[in-house]
Design a protein around this ligand. Structure first.
Ligand SMILES: Cc1cc2nc3c(=O)[nH]c(=O)nc-3n(C[C@H](O)[C@H](O)[C@H](O)COP(=O)(O)OP(=O)(O)OC[C@H]3O[C@@H](n4cnc5c(N)ncnc54)[C@H](O)[C@@H]3O)c2cc1C
Length: 568
């Protein structure tokens, strides 16, 4: 799937950015602003789906963490982030990101993002809220729809910029590689036709992998397309097993997902059982402001112990006026679903929310595959370690994208060392599975044997499996069972005779969206499961019943599929 020999590119690009979320838009704008004006300048191309609901950024409610108030300081933000990351943060990444937080926010203010103003007597002109894990008020926000305000502002600037070309309605499928360097991108248009876009530099800003799970907080969560593409192309992935589950997604089995922001707990929201018992006191002294993983596990435990379908989040004590002021979107959305949050508790459940792991990159987004860059949630700089602290992710999108914009304009080193895979002592069946995944084309062939309906059903089954065996609580046995099931899906269907293969190709369905999502998910899900299976400790977001304590030394997990292909 990665080869381009003998194929003419549909178009040629200097810097091709994939993804129109906070990271992709910020990079497009930062880079384009650095280019000299005129027709001979390098151009920036942004590939993004036209449908605005895609991705996570638009749905961000809480805000962006940054050191802004005079009573806050970098050391305090760094310390809070390191505590949340449970020993696995890359301290350099933490210091870099937090250290550049103020200038990133000032850039947004200059662009015109409508952040909520503070009261006249406040020490900082914009209102700062507090979320779990943060020792200070440092979350700048636009009421409770920060992502929408951010994206609207960034999009308007990007769309008006003469140095940015926007390609819409193309889906990235695979990275094209030539002689060990990225040469462009394979994409698919709305009719299922594949094209190769040649590019000097390719930047993935495709978001996280929460769509691998049955319930996610974003209405159209990605299954981790960028991570799957990158690993097939030969880049290293890091810390995939650290998947964050947000404790409070609105419980509405028939409706689209809707997040109830952590800021609701920050402003005094209480977690209650339906019988009115405030249960966080039974789990953690930090009560409702404990880190997300602690709160999510507490909710899961309450639901299991008491046979509940959901728990409740009650913000009514804040008062109707303050609720309408701070949480207008949440109040309006819940009211449309029949819940008046000014007077009634909100039914909530945990859901997949954020991927701490991703494509291993430096602080500027450079991966260990020449020509490939990754920024935002698809990347893993080590900032979040084993657990992301609330509102540090939009900050990372901004800071890393701006650093990437700077790095792309400069001569690059070509001798970056490749990371070593940490997967060791693999069971024979797991090594065999990796070999199959590393065989470019096998997963694609097995997916394309399915009809559109079968692909949709298989994707649904995969998500159920991931939630059951790789969700908030894991076990070695459960992870092995999930790997066994995926190995069957990947190998049974691939092990066909040449005759059957010819017949199949003649009657192959056109690739649809579910085929593409399944293709990416079937590559990435087993890698996540393997990393989780190999982590013999509980740390941060990874809680495994067989090893409930953290190991003495924190270690990143690194997986590089191509290393496996070479070894076999
Ligand atoms: C409901 C919700 C609330 C959140 N609240 C906050 C918050 O308050 N503060 C905070 O810091 N973080 C928050 N987060 C996390 C934060 O929003 C994300 O981490 C961040 O927005 C990720 O931005 P991104 O640009 O990396 O990716 P995204 O915003 O997810 O954008 C990815 C882009 O890539 C495109 N794409 C994906 N796959 C392909 C493909 N194959 N081909 C072409 N395009 C593709 C998508 O369509 C999209 O345009 C929240 C997340 C959710 C889901």
């Amino acid at each position: 799937m990665n080869s381009v020999s003998g194929v003419t590119p549909a178009s040629q690009h200097d810097v091709l950015i994939v993804g129109g979320g906070a990271a992709g838009l910020t990079l497009a704008l930062s880079l384009a602003n650095r280019l000299p004006p005129g027709p001979r300048t390098r151009r920036v191309t942004l590939l993004r789906p036209a449908r605005e609901a895609q991705g996570a950024s638009r749905w961000a409610q809480g805000g962006i963490a940054a050191v802004l108030a005079p009573e806050d300081d970098v050391e305090s933000h760094v310390a809070d982030t390191l505590i949340a990351g449970d020993g696995l943060c890359n301290e350099r990444a933490v210091r870099f990101t937090v250290g550049h937080s103020r200038e990133a926010i000032e850039w947004l203010i200059a662009l015109g993002v409508p952040f909520t103003p503070a009261d006249a007597d406040a020490s900082y002109p914009f209102h700062l809220t507090r979320e779990g894990g943060h020792g200070r008020r440092r979350i700048i926000h636009a009421a409770d729809a920060t992502g929408r305000a951010l994206l609207d502002t960034l999009s308007a600037h990007v769309e008006a910029h003469p140095n940015i070309e926007i390609l819409e309605d193309l889906l990235a499928v695979d990275i094209a590689v030539n002689a060990g360097r990225v040469s462009g991108l394979w994409v698919m248009d709305g009719t299922g036709q594949r094209q190769w876009l040649a590019a000097n530099d390719l930047v993935l800003a495709t978001g996280g992998a929460s769509g691998l799970f049955a319930h996610a907080t974003s209405p159209s969560a990605s299954v981790g397309d960028g991570m799957a593409m990158a690993t097939r192309a030969g880049a290293s992935l890091m810390n995939l097993e650290f998947q964050q589950f947000h404790p409070t997604c609105l419980y509405d089995p028939d409706g689209t997902p809707f997040l109830i922001s952590e800021a609701v707990r920050g402003e005094g929201g209480l977690l209650l059982r339906p019988d009115g018992h405030r249960f966080m006191a039974d789990h953690d002294p930090r009560l409702e402001l404990a880190p997300r993983d602690v709160v999510a596990r507490a909710i899961l435990a309450e639901m299991r112990t008491h046979g509940l379908e959901h728990v409740c989040l009650d913000i009514s004590a804040l008062g109707a006026e303050a609720i309408e002021h701070h949480f207008p979107t949440i109040a309006e959305h819940c009211l449309a679903r029949g819940i008046d949050i000014r007077h009634a508790p909100i039914p909530v459940v945990p859901a997949a929310h954020y991927s701490c792991g991703g494509i291993a990159t430096g602080l500027d987004g450079a991966s260990d595959l020449p020509g490939l860059w990754a920024i935002g949630e698809v990347a893993c700089t080590g900032l979040h370690g084993a657990n992301r602290m609330a509102s540090n992710s939009l900050l990372e999108c901004l800071v890393q994208a701006r650093a990437c914009g700077e790095a792309l304009g400069q001569p690059r080193r070509t001798d970056e060392p490749r990371l070593m895979s940490t997967l060791d002592s693999l069971m024979p069946q797991h090594a065999a599975l990796l070999t199959q995944l590393a065989d470019n084309g096998q997963v694609w062939r097995c997916v394309m044997r399915l009809s559109a309906d079968e692909a949709r059903t298989r994707l649904h089954s995969l998500r159920q499996l991931m939630s059951l065996q790789a969700g908030i609580e894991r076990s070695q046995h459960g992870l092995r069972e999930a790997l066994k099931q995926i190995a069957q899906w990947v190998s049974l269907e691939a092990g066909q005779t040449a005759e059957a293969e010819q017949h199949r190709q003649a009657s192959a369905p056109r690739a649809g969206l579910d085929h593409l999502a399944l293709y990416q998910a079937l590559t990435l899900a087993p890698l996540l499961l393997l990393c989780a299976h190999q982590r013999h400790e509980s740390r941060g977001l990874h809680f495994i019943r067989d090893f409930p304590m953290p190991a003495p030394r924190a270690r990143d997990s690194v997986i590089r599929l191509s290393a496996f292909a070479a070894a076999t």
